[in-house]
Design a protein around this ligand. Sequence first.
Ligand SMILES: Nc1ncnc2c1ncn2[C@@H]1O[C@H](COP(=O)(O)OP(=O)(O)OP(=O)(O)O)[C@@H](O)[C@H]1O
Ligand SMILES: [Mg+2]
Length: 249
Amino acid sequence: MNGQLPTPTRPIAIETVDLWRVYSLGHQEVAALRGVNLQVEQGRFIALKGRSGSGKTTLLNCLGGLDHPTKGDIRIFGESISGWNEGKLTKWRRQQVGFIFQSFGLLPSLSAYENVELILRMGGVKRKERDQRTRACLELVGLGDRMDHRPFELSGGQQQRVAIARSLANDPKVILADEPTGELDSNTAREILTLFQTIVREQHVTMLMVTHDNLVDEYVDQVLRLRDGQLEESLAVEEVSAPVEVALG
Ligand SMILES: Nc1ncnc2c1ncn2[C@@H]1O[C@H](COP(=O)(O)OP(=O)(O)OP(=O)(O)O)[C@@H](O)[C@H]1O
Ligand SMILES: [Mg+2]
């Protein structure tokens, strides 16, 4: 023994095997995904890039069970979800996946608190636990003092934080984010990316984030690229060594 332990490999959280998604439009067929082989280790923060129409959203939707692959397999922590029926997929989505979208997707008539709590209500969580988790998630994203505000009473960055709190409410294993910083100025985007880093490291969540933004490169562990429905070479990014600070407010 030379005193060095072998580097432990992390379990694979997300895996796709020869994943195809072909859309039929009349006589025309569009192959949005053409044999994607993806492996993401647990607790990694991964950026997914690629030109418009390269299949990024399609891949995310398939992974979250919102869309059905035409061919191939999706395995989450080793379990194949491809053969699951709608009921099982819905359960998986509600209990294990957090979604974040570019446009926040908040209900305008509900407060920040109510937007987060609704997800837990849909998941059948009891009232006392709902209240505790809603408050904890909003506090985690720095909105402890904005719980009663409705979306129009919040800035864009604060609205995205509500959406992040909502995605965390069900204590997900996997967060799938589609251009979550697309609507934000670069300072706010950096705050949100720092928050994502903290969440991935502290909550041990695996996060796959679609983005066009080069700003993200310094925050993620790896950048994957889709080109015409296929994965290109992947670039490992150095582990970020800077101390992680969560900017509040
Ligand atoms: N429901 C659908 N029916 C038919 N074709 C679709 C459907 N959804 C996506 N496509 C096609 O699949 C391809 C991939 O679309 P997708 O939305 O995954 O791209 P994207 O990489 O997310 O692009 P963007 O960066 O513009 O969001 C495109 O050619 C698109 O036209
Ligand atoms: Mg898209």
